[in-house]
Design a protein. Structure first.
Length: 111
C-alpha cells in the first residue's frame, strides 16, 4: 500500500493505492490520523483502492469518529461500487460524504 499527501488551500489531500486489509489498515490509520486536527478538512482519494476488508472498514469508522471529534470534514473520493456496497451493507456509508472526482471532493470541502 502506498500513500501520498498534499496540502491545498487548507485541505489535506491523501491518496491511497492498494488494498486496505488486515495487513495495511494500520498503515493507513497511522498515516492519516496526524492530519486530524481541529477543524481539519480531509480529502481521501480511494480511486486506486480496489478492496477494503473488515479491518479497513474499522479504520474508516475511526476516521469518521476523528472527524467528528475535531469538528472537521472528510470526503471520500472515487470509491468503487464494490466498496460502496460493502459500506452500505454495514451502515457505514451514511456517515461519509462521497465524491466521484478530486475536484468534486474539493468543492464539497469548500462549501
Amino acid at each position: 500500500m502506498q500513500f501520498y499527501k498534499e496540502e491545498r488551500d487548507g485541505i489535506t489531500m491523501i491518496a491511497a493505492q492498494g488494498d486496505i486489509d488486515g495487513g495495511t489498515a494500520g498503515q493507513l490509520q497511522d498515516y492519516i490520523l496526524p492530519s486530524f486536527v481541529p477543524k481539519c478538512r480531509i480529502l481521501l482519494d480511494m480511486s486506486q483502492v480496489p478492496y477494503v476488508s473488515s479491518a479497513g472498514l474499522r479504520v474508516m469508522t475511526i476516521l469518521y469518529r476523528q472527524t467528528k471529534e475535531q469538528n472537521g470534514a472528510l470526503v471520500l473520493v472515487g470509491i468503487s461500487h464494490e466498496i460502496q456496497a460493502a459500506m452500505e451493507s454495514t451502515g457505514f456509508l451514511k456517515h461519509f460524504t462521497l465524491a466521484d472526482t478530486v475536484e468534486a471532493g474539493l468543492e464539497a470541502l469548500t462549501r
